[in-house]
Write a protein that binds this ligand. Sequence first.
Ligand SMILES: Cc1cc2nc3c(=O)[nH]c(=O)nc-3n(C[C@H](O)[C@H](O)[C@H](O)COP(=O)(O)OP(=O)(O)OC[C@H]3O[C@@H](n4cnc5c(N)ncnc54)[C@H](O)[C@@H]3O)c2cc1C
Length: 622
Amino acid sequence: MSPKHVEAMYDVVIVGAGAAGLSAALGMVHSPEFAERRALGEEPSVLVISKLQPLRSHTGSAEGGIAASLGNVEHDDWHWHYYDTVKGGDWLVDQDAARLLAQEAPAAVINLERMGVAFSRTEDGHIAQRRFGGHTADFGQQPVKRAAYAADRIGHQILHALWQQCVAAGIAFAEEWYVTDLVLDEARTKVEGVVAFDTHTGAVHAVHARNVMLATGGAGRLFHTTSNSWDLTGDGMALALNAGLQLEDVEFMQFHPTGLAHTGILLSEAARAEGGVLRNAEGEAFMQRYAPGHADLAARDVVSRAIRSETDAGRGVADPKDPAGRRDCVWLDMRGIDADHMNEVLPEVVATIRKYANLDPAVDLIPVKPTAHYTMGGIPVTVDGEVYRWADGRRATVEGLFAAGECSCVSVHGANRLGGNSLLDACLFGTRAGRSMAARLEGAAAAPDAGDETVQDRVDDAAAARRTQVADLLAAAKVGADADADDEDTADGNPYQLMAELGAVMESALAVHCSEDTIAAAREDIAERIAPQAASLHPHSDTPAFNQELTAIWEVRHLIDLGSAMLEASDARHESRGSLYRMDFPARDDGRFLAHSMTDAEGGIGWQPVHIEDMPPQARSY
Ligand SMILES: Cc1cc2nc3c(=O)[nH]c(=O)nc-3n(C[C@H](O)[C@H](O)[C@H](O)COP(=O)(O)OP(=O)(O)OC[C@H]3O[C@@H](n4cnc5c(N)ncnc54)[C@H](O)[C@@H]3O)c2cc1C
């Protein structure tokens, strides 16, 4: 679906059509301000741009559940959810944001139910809930069933329900358009629009907008072993960096403990919630040793590090499909789960294991290893979704620019996200950002329009520069093809291969643990080998339409920008906290680092104090 024409000026442009982008669109159209404009016959112009058909967004792969203290199965309280979120995030969480998350979660889940999400049910018809790592009752006393679920297809349910509501509300989509630039005014105080490449035709569009929202998802593709789909290349974060903005806490990348060996595909935490147990080569259920009480359902960073300690100590098992025979996996033992129950509540997990490992979880042990899963850091936003820069010790918001979902950092996950909290973050803060944009619709008619020829049009300029770049890249493809025909050896590298090489570099630098040396080696490798290759990439076909190599080239360049920022921020944090474990600084250091890193494209880093309200930092034991 493409818009019939590109408007001269949009009221709102949303980049991304996962849970965050779609929630924002609905939050806006269901607002009183929107209804008011409509009643006056002034239909606001809204466009959702997505590089994928919306139903392919990664939200659709979420399996396990969405957290909310509904208390449908066991007594629960939002204060406990709030506490778990702060503690799970190793106290790098902004407590005003986490309080909101926990307090408003039940209403957000009920809202999803009203949108049409078909949750699994309890016997008496309530939304069913299951255990998830790090979620507890009575402030850490015992585990609690808090994750609302739909078998193991919660993301699929949410994505389809939200999309259908958007279609019903008449929202315009520009599908398979790739946003290449975010355009701000010169002082970086106000948004002006975006530049988008229509992959169907190869046309580059200047999209002027009074409000822009980035909802482009995470960046797991920075790492070779990842649970993330191919599109999660951190575009929105790189767009912000390249527009002169900062990223917050970008050094925190969550490794999920149970990636299916050799593929990295996620086996949901629900597998352990339903009774699955991790075992080392000696058959020991080792998590009891690392996190007594919580064992296999301790927070993800704790479990991933425990797996790494076991494999480093020689108690790992080899993935039968790894030709090198590395013993870098452990077993996931699901044999204790009743087979009928397993098929009923974990159908996707069972199907994934059958399809990709040719094993039967009812009788076989499954090789697993930590897989890059969730980007905790991102574009800094307030609880109303406004993007800001951290300068001179204060937040300076960028007028009209918003972000939500995995590409953003409202700082509810801190240094380590709890399972079930990210769909909640995307839906809840996405909706809030949509409402914030709606509140800005009122004054829109008074704002200056595009087309004033005395003012330099930065969106048009950026689009013109992209058109030139596209033409140059396509011309290079033609020359390259002719040269390749003469000499096989001159064939240039391809972006997918370079992405894989970058993934290997980042994995050896930062996966699960790191040190000054591993970071330095990666920086050098990127500067001397990867970045120059990326700069000389060109597509191998000179066709502008459906030329996927063109977008892959931009994606790999975005990954390099983002990976470099991640390495800088990891280097600057001389402590271990949550998902970032520095072997050379193994202790948490609240005296110096109870602060959010704010990293820019040049590697400059500022520190923003963590917003502590009523929970002073404590030691974290699981
Ligand atoms: C396998 C898996 C299982 C998960 N399970 C759970 C779970 O059980 N519970 C939970 O809470 N969380 C889970 N998560 C995390 C959660 O699903 C995500 O954090 C969340 O869905 C992200 O939503 P989003 O809207 O921010 O991004 P996405 O759903 O990733 O959507 C990103 C959108 O941005 C668009 N886009 C990106 N770049 C561009 C560009 N340059 N131009 C135009 N469009 C662009 C894409 O087309 C897409 O529409 C899981 C994640 C994975 C990978």
